[in-house]
Write a protein that binds this ligand. Structure first.
Ligand code: AMP
Length: 420
């Protein structure tokens, strides 16, 4: 069920006026599903990624509720707390709050690491209505008694899975323990790893669950292939593939931060211009890596799933899944990095014997079998494979790497053995 206007969602006149000044015509699905329960005071679990309009989905009801109850905040307190994993996200949220809240007269402040704390202390001295913070710096200020969270009535945890990936979950728990029990809370996460589901269970009480499926529009346009290879053969395979200049702007995904470092080191040693991005990297080195990839100075960006989310880079020619993600949805997120803005792209996955279950999960989710190229057998049985693939439809192999193709540029037939 979606609602077609912001007015019908019950938002106040001052917010509607601010929205009229934006180019938003209608609420996005997450907005029409999340705003009414949040206005009613319910807790909410939002499973949605950046790009769905999730910021407005929590910011609008928050602004509505705060402006409906004009008790001024006490010094050094905040009425609402929004926790975000990175400075970029905290800044973006603050920009949105400023835009949507411009006629409300509510006061907000941002607290984040990497910049002097002086102005942040000043901005919160008299109390604020909304505090947007990254966890580490907020803990510092709480420890210094510059901020008191005991008066907080609303909590938003944004991109919780990224907090986990960046090692902030303990800090987040510590902060949550300082909030009053009866805070109205919402947690947003693009994926639901176990730890986040547990955190949600602890923080949220009887939450409304809103799930916005990963955008799968691009999947059909992407030429998807899988190489079956032992894990020890993956490095070589990667180097072989990169010998082809058609792989001009490539994102290589690994499952772990250490894996990302190892692959990046290997590529750098082989003379490939490479940058890496993951949660253990400092903010400035992540920004540097991204800038270099965007500008084409690095041909390859090695990334973990969550660190890469929200990265906006056009013209990615190939996505390579060096390791398959545990969660099939992440595969869709990953390959969506190519084929942006109507372009077509190529996604190549490496699958070692221990990853075959994951491959099956992915094929089930995308409702198709991924074309097998390169060495190695097809895994045994694919119960869930789409029937039309079994009947041998026309196959499209796109830019086939010469090492894996026969003279006609088609994959070697023996490598395409399928399940009986
Ligand atoms: P978010 O998922 O919150 O990062 O939002 C993604 C982008 O969508 C941002 O640029 C927002 O300004 C924009 N946006 C949010 N809500 C709407 C809407 N209802 N209509 C059009 N654009 C929107």
């Amino acid at each position: 069920m979606t609602t077609s206007t912001f007015a019908a969602l019950g938002l106040s006149e001052s917010l509607l006026r601010a929205l009229a000044g934006t180019d938003y015509q209608t609420p996005t699905p997450i907005q029409s599903q999340a705003i009414p329960p949040l206005l009613q005071g319910r807790d909410l679990l939002g499973i949605a990624q950046t790009g769905t309009g999730k910021t407005a989905a929590f910011a609008l009801p928050l602004l509505h509720k705060l402006s409906g109850d004009r008790r001024p905040p006490l010094p050094r307190t905040t009425r609402a707390l929004i926790l975000a994993p990175t400075r970029e996200l905290a800044t973006q949220i603050a920009d949105s709050i400023r835009t949507y809240g411009r006629h409300t007269g509510l006061k907000h402040a941002v607290i984040m690491g990497g910049v002097s704390q002086y102005s942040q202390v000043k901005a919160t001295e008299r109390g604020v209505d909304i505090l947007i913070a990254t966890p580490g710096r907020l803990i510092d200020l709480v420890d210094q008694r510059r901020i008191d969270l005991r008066r907080t009535s609303y909590l938003i945890l944004d991109e919780a899975d990224r907090m986990l990936d960046m090692g902030f979950i303990r800090d987040v728990r510590k902060l949550i323990a300082l909030l009053p029990q009866n805070c109205q809370s919402a947690l947003f996460s693009a994926t639901m790893p176990k730890e986040i589901a547990r955190l949600a269970g602890e923080v949220l009480s009887d939450p409304v669950r809103v799930e916005i499926a990963a955008k799968s529009v691009a999947v059909d346009r992407i030429d998807q292939r899988v190489h079956h290879a032992d894990s020890g053969a993956k490095r070589r395979l990667l180097s072989d593939l990169l010998a082809d200049a058609a792989l001009s702007r490539v994102i290589v995904f690994t499952r772990t931060k250490r894996g990302a470092d190892r692959v990046a080191r290997h590529l750098a040693d082989s003379g490939v211009r490479v940058a890496a991005i993951h949660g253990d990297k400092s903010q400035s080195s992540r920004e540097k890596a991204l800038d270099s990839f965007r500008a084409g100075k690095s041909r390859v960006l090695v990334a973990t799933d969550i660190a890469s989310r929200g990265i906006d880079v056009d013209d990615v020619s190939h996505v390579i899944n060096y390791e398959l993600p545990k969660d099939p949805e992440s595969y869709v997120h990953r390959i969506g990095r190519t084929a942006r803005a109507g372009a077509s792209g190529v996604a190549i996955s490496f699958c070692d014997p221990s990853e075959r279950k994951q491959l099956q999960g992915i094929e089930k989710l995308i409702k198709r079998q991924i074309t097998v190229v390169g060495a190695g057998p097809r895994p045994e049985k694919h119960e869930d494979a789409a029937p039309e693939r079994r009947n041998g439809p026309k196959r499209h192999f796109g830019r086939q790497h010469p090492a894996n193709a026969n003279a006609n540029g088609k994959p070697r037939r023996r490598n395409r053995r399928r399940a009986a």
